[in-house]
Design a protein. Structure first.
Length: 251
């Protein structure tokens, strides 16, 4: 009971007082302090909070205040009121989003964002970010595609490519020469161009370039990770590197 009351926004002391008043009925602060086991100096502060929340009321008898818990159904109204306030706050925040985004834009211009994603779940997270970031007509660029990477996540990648194509995102692959079997599958896909690196250029590392992002992937039997960088200038440099590699790669 205490847990759910806490989750809807009551403090531990408020819960103690509220439950005590439900058991006692009308009561003075002296009795509340004794039964709830709370500090005397704080009782009026927390009673006032509960009154503001509509969970406690009081009457005056012979110049003395007697407090009592309102009907338990008042908790539902308390939750509804919180929801109404949150809905109003959500609308206000949505109205502020363009202004807040503009404030953040200046700080992001020159900033280099870097993150590390580990494990197969990390790799999948990066690919989902690619789908989310790129818009229809934009292009993703890949340099290198180790065989072990395709073997480990081919099922996920085939589904991912279906979603990529459905969104209208284009893709240029420069595959390692020893994974032409996977490359041939990609060649048949819509919005997809494939070339291959020279036979001796085989590496466990590959590079994904999309918009202002560069993701460097590494995979082995023991380790799987992506290093993701976001910076427009760095991404442009990598794209220039891709263009050079594309010229020397073979179909």
């Amino acid at each position: 009971m205490n847990k759910i009351l806490g989750e809807i926004g009551l403090t531990k002391t408020e819960i103690k007082i509220y439950l005590t008043l439900l058991k006692l009925g009308q009561s003075t602060t002296t009795n509340i302090i004794k039964k709830a086991g709370i500090h005397a100096s704080k009782v009026y502060e927390f009673l006032d909070r509960l009154i503001q929340k509509g969970l406690v009321s009081y009457v005056i008898k012979a110049n003395k205040k007697y407090f009592q818990a309102t009907e338990p159904e008042a908790l539902i109204e308390f939750i509804k009121e919180k929801r109404r306030k949150l809905d109003g706050q959500e609308k206000e925040i949505k109205g502020l989003l363009p202004e807040l985004a503009e404030l953040q834009k200046e700080a992001k211009k020159e900033r280099v964002e870097a993150n590390i994603y580990e494990g197969l779940k990390g790799i999948k997270s990066v690919y989902e970010k690619i789908l989310k970031t790129l818009k229809p007509g934009q292009r993703q660029y890949i340099i290198g595609a180790p065989r072990i990477a395709n073997e480990k996540v081919e099922g996920f990648l085939l589904d991912w490519h279906k979603r990529r194509i459905k969104k209208g995102i284009k893709c240029k692959y420069i595959y390692d020469a020893n994974v032409k079997d996977y490359g041939k599958i990609r060649e048949k896909m819509k919005f997809t161009e494939v070339k291959y690196l020279p036979p001796k250029m085989i590496s466990p590392v590959w590079i994904e370039i999309f918009e202002d992002h560069i993701a460097t992937g590494y995979i082995s039997k023991e380790t799987t990770m992506f290093f993701l960088i976001k910076n427009k200038e760095i991404a442009k440099t990598y794209l220039d590197y891709f263009s050079l590699m594309w010229k020397i790669a073979k179909k």
